[in-house]
Ligand binder design. Structure first.
Ligand code: PLA
Length: 437
């Protein structure tokens, strides 16, 4: 008689409401039974990322006139990616460096030390007294992700509030860390500016001691920033409500062309005595998107607390990815710590910011020359890498289909993709899709 295949008991765990319950199933170990156990049968394709999806569609288009206004990556006036001269100089300086693990910690510490000076000011007390916990991170995204995990570990019930709208990846990052996600009013679609009164109301109405994510400059996607006076009022209200300000610093230098000026919101909160968190990215202002260099810092009550907080952040990073790659860290720490290279970087940031500003003016003038029936003042009122154009999803679809101009569905245009040679083609296309509305 043919022997029967052995049978095994499998214990299945599942949640019933909040209770974890188990059930036992008896399964045959025959190949047929195992192959029927479809591990990934319930997996359907994830929705495309709204920003990465635009790049993919742009790359697939063979039209010679195509323009990519999707991802916020800097391009020169010929539409080409730029390797900054300060990066080339830093490359030359680090040639022959030890890329092994031996100096990774020292390089990481240097990067953190220089990054916090950039955010909080080189003479800030928190920097001098070491009352911050800082860790090198996988660019801005990684810094946000680390903080989100840290927030959930120590304040699991507290939500985080994002401006409406915000960078499309913010909700994903905090949601994946199991943090409740909320929004506060920020943008006024009619004025295409800040809805300050509504913003203040939402800060006041949020439960005390909530986390708020703030863009200190060059807000993505709107290009709309509060004034210094408005930041002071926001900071005051944060004190009243004991909210925690978490700054996502992804575009320092791109709003005004000046690194210190673009940190004014952070400095105002610092002066007011807040404990602050900061995610810093060097992807845009050093053109190092592919290197994934960033920094997370959290201000603490004293140096002892800073040691404890840092050790927790290190533990979270260790379990997620251990350490970031060292090459980019070396580049950024060299640029920031070598006075000559840093001075060159400061100039190059200004050049990038000025070119974008120039393109804003030219685009607006071009639309006005076409006698567009619409008001385009917001193109030059808004700052930083993005223009929140006000184009509808249908108008964006027409730009893509009829003109091969790629941008996100919300009408955000990366001004870094606009050049002297494509600006009039772009203005004509925008005019064409908006003139009869
Ligand atoms: N925070 C904000 C506000 C951002 O706009 C971005 C990048 C990041 C963080 C993450 O930066 P990182 O590359 O250093 O991780 N936003 C881009 C790119 C420029 C992207 O979405 O990946 C954008 O096009 O919106």
């Amino acid at each position: 008689m043919k022997p029967k295949p052995p049978r095994i008991n499998i214990i299945m765990w599942r949640f019933m409401g909040s209770r974890l319950i188990s059930s036992t199933r008896c399964m045959s170990t025959s190949t047929k039974a195992l192959s029927r156990f479809g591990w990934w049968d319930r997996v359907s394709p994830a929705a495309k990322d709204p920003i990465i999806g635009v790049t993919e569609a742009f790359l697939a288009d063979t039209n010679p006139h195509k323009i990519n206004l999707g991802v916020g990556a800097y391009r020169d006036d010929e539409g080409k990616p730029v390797v900054l001269q300060c990066v080339r100089n830093a490359e030359a300086k680090i040639a022959g460096c030890d890329f092994m693990e031996s100096n990774a910690t020292a390089v990481g510490s240097k990067l953190v030390e220089e990054s916090v000076k950039l955010a909080y000011g080189k003479d800030a007390n928190v920097v001098k007294e070491g009352t911050f916990a800082g860790l090198q991170a996988l660019s801005g995204t990684g810094a946000c992700r680390l903080f989100a995990e840290f927030q959930r570990r120590f304040h699991p019930e507290s939500p985080i509030y994002f401006p409406d709208p915000t960078w499309s990846n913010h909700p994903n990052i905090w949601r994946d860390a199991q943090v409740p996600v909320r929004t506060f009013q920020y943008y006024h679609p009619v004025s295409k500016g800040l809805n300050f009164a509504a913003l203040m109301d939402d800060i006041k109405n949020a439960p005390d001691a909530s986390f708020f994510l703030l863009h200190p400059c060059a807000h993505n996607p709107t290009g709309v920033d509060p004034t210094a006076e408005q930041w002071r009022e926001i900071s005051y209200q944060f004190k009243v409500k004991s909210h925690f300000p978490f700054f996502d610093v992804a575009y320092q230098g791109f709003a005004s062309g000046d690194l210190d000026m673009d940190a004014q919101a952070i400095r105002i909160f610092l002066e007011d005595g807040h404990l602050i968190g900061c995610a810093q990215s060097f992807a845009k202002n050093m053109g190092l998107y592919g290197h994934r260099v960033g920094c997370l810092s959290v201000l603490c009550a004293d140096a002892k607390q800073a040691v404890a907080v840092k050790s927790q952040l290190q533990q979270i990073a260790r379990a997620m990815y251990s350490n970031p790659p060292i090459h980019g860290l070396l580049l950024v720490s060299t640029i920031l710590s070598d006075p000559e290279t840093k001075a060159l970087w400061v100039k190059e940031v200004k050049v990038m910011a000025n070119r974008i500003q120039q393109m804003r003016s030219t685009l607006r003038e071009s639309l006005e020359k076409l006698a567009s029936p619409l008001n385009w003042e917001h193109i030059t009122n808004q700052v930083g890498m993005f223009c929140f154009s006000g184009l509808t999803a249908d108008q964006v679809d027409r730009l893509v289909r009829e003109f091969h101009i790629y941008l996100t569905q919300d009408g955000r245009m990366s001004m870094a993709g606009v050049t002297t040679s494509n600006v009039s083609y772009l203005a004509n296309a925008i005019h064409e899709v908006t003139r009869y509305n």
